[in-house]
Design a protein around this ligand. Sequence first.
Ligand SMILES: NC(=O)c1ccc[n+]([C@@H]2O[C@H](COP(=O)([O-])OP(=O)(O)OC[C@H]3O[C@@H](n4cnc5c(N)ncnc54)[C@H](OP(=O)(O)O)[C@@H]3O)[C@@H](O)[C@H]2O)c1
Length: 311
Amino acid sequence: MGVFGASGYVGRELLRLLAGHPHATVAFATAESAAGGDLEGVPLVRAADAPLHRAEAVLSCLPHGVSAPYVRAAREAGRRVVDLSADLRLSDEAVYGLTEFARPQLADAALVANPGCYPTAALLALLPLAHQGLLDASREIIVDAASGVTGAGRSPTRELLFGEVAEDYRAYAAGNSHRHLPELQGMLARVGGFAGDVVFTPHLLPVRRGILETIHVPLTRVVDQSTAEGIFAAAYADEPFVRILPQRLPALRDVVYRNIVALGVAAVARVRRPRLTVVAAIDNLVKGAAGQAVQNMNLMMAFPETAGLPC
Ligand SMILES: NC(=O)c1ccc[n+]([C@@H]2O[C@H](COP(=O)([O-])OP(=O)(O)OC[C@H]3O[C@@H](n4cnc5c(N)ncnc54)[C@H](OP(=O)(O)O)[C@@H]3O)[C@@H](O)[C@H]2O)c1
């Protein structure tokens, strides 16, 4: 496998996973400022010097805006590609790789756009309800999400300094201005047939990794606790990387360093119109990025889907 952007947070996680993968080895790894060094025993070369001919498949962990030209060069060299950036997620060029809902397309895919971390958790929480016709499109779905600081990447910025982040908690990109909103809304429509609105507010949590999303879902009919849990349990009965927690809401400790999303539900009392709260937890660097990319690559290469993945 070739890894573009291996020196970033996601790229490092990918090298870590590939080092323990029973069927894959790293053919090359790229970096920008860290080029010339090495990671996990793999030398880091500039992206422009990547020996594409050495890799059967390529995974790109480059920043959005930077990734697409390298992805296209890899495709032109005949390599199959998983792009972890946002560049091609809304494009018809790539299969949208939300694995649990994309398996039929993944086996033959030449190019897969790995979903964003926030949309992965929200879509896995909402699609089973959408498929039951339970989402009330006349009211907004409210997604309040919090991410650890690795979600912002390794480039140094003032607002991510320890002194700014530690012991604090704040919202950002409020008012539906986060770039994950079109992805989330677009895929809810495409995969879930849901044409309503979503209000998405991310928060910065002073931990290194992990995302917790509290999703307030307007329902078309009343659903009690056991029925709601039953819908999720049935939808994900055969899924190796989705955990439904009965009678309990997930926390970051359920998911960090693991390629899983953990989901819990709470029927909402004392409201006049039916509503459900769904809580989703995910490691942004694993199921939200590198782990899901390996899961997709496994299916593309006809390896066992769970190969090399901690669950
Ligand atoms: N962080 C997450 O939780 C997360 C989750 C899902 C998806 N993603 C997506 O995954 C990608 C990587 O995210 P990240 O958080 O790992 O970012 P990051 O820590 O900033 O890493 C970016 C990587 O790209 C390299 N790079 C930067 N500018 C470059 C350029 N102009 N030309 C060639 N290489 C360049 C960097 O090299 P140097 O460090 O050596 O300069 C580094 O290896 C992004 O597209 C991001 O949106 C991130």
